[in-house]
Write a protein that binds this ligand. Structure first.
Ligand code: HXC
Length: 257
């Protein structure tokens, strides 16, 4: 399958998705959204693919939603079409997604990166929610996910002033898991993805669901939910294999059953 705004590569069990609108610094237009929806659905549906890396170019992960496309839209257009709701397909992805960010991740670009399970940043990365400078607000989850990632003070400051945060500050603030040299970004992200792809598939799904639950549930319900998923994995062949392999001092071989 080929896409107008994405380049897709498969590296064994890892899908690499590159945003590819260099003329617009990967600004997210409706074609990009349609392509992302199709690419993420294809990834989720393919049992051979176990982890996805979403990246952009050296200069920009994505410089935001496409301002030229949005500029003449009315309230009725936006509200009527539930503009941006399609991105829920990205967050509905059941298997892991890593965002590998170099250069600008602004507005919708920062928000798309935060939809991933975690972000690995190049030392060139710059994160920001500059919508205020366009007389609008974050609209793809930025006001919510940024607060949860870095707390109210920094999130509020960034959304109200539009200032950018560099990679070192983003790591200190907890927005990104790790910062790596720009030239090593994609290789590092693919290596991390390959590590995840080699884990028992049902346990990977369960970990993702557990950690997601921490954002949706009160603590007591989240702990109960975690424990039930933990219990449930004792119904899997891979749990038997994983523990037997540990005892026998050999690597586990997973069936995904
Ligand atoms: C459409 C964009 C774009 C965007 C860049 N381009 N960002 N086109 N939408 N978000 C285009 C430029 O118009 C230009 O094309 C080309 O990409 C290169 O950009 P330059 O500005 O020439 O590059 P540079 O001088 O290096 O500046 C980089 C930049 C700047 C600092 C990232 O491009 C910038 O500020 N972009 C907008 C960032 C932003 O405000 N993002 C939030 C968008 S709103 P041409 O053809 O003109 O040369 C958003 C909303 C979310 O995301 C939900 C609420 C509505």
């Amino acid at each position: 399958m080929t896409y107008e705004t994405l380049l897709i590569e498969q590296h064994d069990a890892v899908t690499l998705v590159r945003l590819n609108r260099p003329q617009a610094l990967n600004a997210l237009n409706s074609q990009t959204l349609a392509d992302l929806i199709a690419a993420f659905a294809a990834y989720d549906a393919d049992p051979a693919q176990r982890c996805l890396v979403l990246t952009g170019s050296e200069k920009a992960f994505a410089a935001g939603a496409d301002i030229k496309e949005m500029s003449e839209q009315s309230f009725a257009d936006m509200y009527g079409s539930n503009f941006f709701a399609g991105y829920e397909r990205v967050t509905a992805t059941r298997k892991p997604v890593i965002a590998a960010v170099a250069g600008f991740a602004l507005g919708g670009g920062c928000e798309l990166a935060m939809m991933a399970d975690f972000i690995i940043a190049a030392d060139t990365a710059k994160f920001g929610q500059p919508e205020i400078k366009l007389a609008v607000t974050p609209g793809m989850g930025g006001s919510q996910r940024l607060v949860r990632a870095i707390g109210k003070a920094k999130a509020m400051e960034m959304c109200l002033t539009g200032r950018m945060m560099d990679a070192a500050e983003a790591e200190r603030a907890g927005l990104v898991a790790r910062v790596v040299p720009a030239e090593a970004l994609v290789a590092e992200a693919l290596k991390t993805a390959a590590t995840i792809a080699a884990m028992a598939p049902l346990a990977v799904l369960a970990v993702k669901e557990q950690v997601e639950a921490a954002f949706e549930m009160p603590l007591s319900a989240g702990i109960r939910y975690e424990r039930r998923l933990f219990h449930a994995l004792f119904g899997s062949q891979d749990q038997k294999e994983g523990m037997a392999a540990f005892v026998a001092k050999r690597p586990g071989v997973w069936t995904g059953k």
